[in-house]
Design a protein around this ligand. Sequence first.
Ligand SMILES: *[C@@H]1O[C@H](CO)[C@@H](O)[C@H](O)[C@H]1NC(C)=O
Ligand SMILES: *[C@@H]1O[C@H](CO)[C@@H](O)[C@H](O)[C@H]1NC(C)=O
Ligand SMILES: *[C@@H]1O[C@H](CO)[C@@H](O)[C@H](O)[C@H]1NC(C)=O
Ligand SMILES: *[C@@H]1O[C@H](CO)[C@@H](O)[C@H](O)[C@H]1NC(C)=O
Ligand SMILES: *[C@@H]1O[C@H](CO)[C@@H](O)[C@H](O)[C@H]1NC(C)=O
Ligand SMILES: *[C@@H]1O[C@H](CO)[C@@H](O)[C@H](O)[C@H]1NC(C)=O
Ligand SMILES: *[C@@H]1O[C@H](CO)[C@@H](O)[C@H](O)[C@H]1NC(C)=O
Length: 359
Amino acid sequence: MIGNLTLLLFCVTCQFTALQCELWRGEWVPDDNPPLYTNDTCKYINPLRNCMQNGRPDRGYLHWRWKPLDCELPRFNASYFLEMLRGKTLAFIGDSIARDHGESLLCALTQVEDAQQHEWMLRWFFPSYNFTLSILWSPFLVQYSMDKDYLAMLHLDVPDREWTNQLQEYDIAIFSTGYWHFRKSLYYVNNTLLGGSLHEEVNATKIDLISEFQMTMETVMRHIATQYRGIAMIRTVSVDHFEHGQWDGGGKCNRTHPYARKDVTVPQKNAQMNKVQAEELEKAMTLVTRGFPKLLLLNVTDSAAMRPDGHPDVYRNQPDNSPNDCLHWCLPGPIDMWNQLVLHTLEPIYRGKFLTATL
Ligand SMILES: *[C@@H]1O[C@H](CO)[C@@H](O)[C@H](O)[C@H]1NC(C)=O
Ligand SMILES: *[C@@H]1O[C@H](CO)[C@@H](O)[C@H](O)[C@H]1NC(C)=O
Ligand SMILES: *[C@@H]1O[C@H](CO)[C@@H](O)[C@H](O)[C@H]1NC(C)=O
Ligand SMILES: *[C@@H]1O[C@H](CO)[C@@H](O)[C@H](O)[C@H]1NC(C)=O
Ligand SMILES: *[C@@H]1O[C@H](CO)[C@@H](O)[C@H](O)[C@H]1NC(C)=O
Ligand SMILES: *[C@@H]1O[C@H](CO)[C@@H](O)[C@H](O)[C@H]1NC(C)=O
Ligand SMILES: *[C@@H]1O[C@H](CO)[C@@H](O)[C@H](O)[C@H]1NC(C)=O
């Protein structure tokens, strides 16, 4: 709903079809085009996601494109993207899947011009475009600490300083969180213990994941809506595909084709988290004054659920006895599509610049 509404409000110059199109609902259809980059043309692929280099034999998973039911999603155009964001700064903020997305965009963009990497930060500068891409680590998006037994202590009412302390530097911030909320945790509000996750070994009043996640998203969205002046995108929770066992019990993901829409059901937890993210974004919109920040949804949950073939599985550059990876995504791979969504979502705003002159 929100995605549609935003498009309607800002997409004044877009093609008419785009106005009615829900980008998130579609099918993966065969695509003859080569991937935007490969392990040979991008040196920034995380070894853990570099499926080609790690010996994955099949290539079929690289030849699908996302086809929204009611329109076409244009192929990603790196020079167009860089041109559009000349002089801008963009940050990915979240967990390791946020980083996957950031590195996917980095790989796509460096096909046009190589980037200068910061000495110690995950930050890259594209000199000809004066464009900066950053990746910030904030797995829960709220403040947390971790004890020696990996019990997480989350402050559900405090947005993580890792990003709040530098958010103003970025014109565009793409937020995401998800799977870290499945961990065993204690939850605090106003520095007072509220309860803990459902894990047996957590000794506190049980609070279910969705209530906790709702409080987290509310805190995060309220901060963004009231403290930020740029463009914030919320990328909804992704989907894992462990089969033939649990993630830590030999589970794997060896399929080589996407699912058709009719054959896939989003797992209930992921669907609920998706809903919470969209609801909290919508609530936060009521706090926005004078048009800023822009709050936008990237609802990728369903399209991700349809790609059991896109994970590293055993091609993960890890010891054989460590779990297979059916959570993160191969690069190149299905989430390269997320860059098309980012471009398509930003485009009307930057085109609108000529009309509103406020950005
Ligand atoms: C996200 O998109 C999917 C696919 O269209 C849809 O089923 C789901 O309801 C959407 N989520 C929200 C919160 O709008
Ligand atoms: C990329 O992966 C292929 C295997 O698919 C391998 O032969 C090639 O050496 C790799 N390229 C680099 C630069 O490592
Ligand atoms: C990509 O964008 C550039 C710059 O706007 C444009 O010149 C080029 O034609 C575009 N390429 C494609 C394939 O659309
Ligand atoms: C590069 O972009 C920054 C904003 O990110 C701006 O302050 C600076 O003036 C730009 N530099 C040039 C040479 O355009
Ligand atoms: C937070 O806790 C402090 C004491 O630690 C208390 O004075 C304050 O009223 C609490 N605030 C809320 C909103 O509960
Ligand atoms: C659980 O917490 C209660 C209250 O803090 C404490 O009395 C009890 O010893 C704890 N039990 C375990 C097994 O840690
Ligand atoms: C995937 O693994 C399962 C269980 O080991 C096996 O039965 C199946 O044949 C495998 N599928 C493919 C496509 O290799």
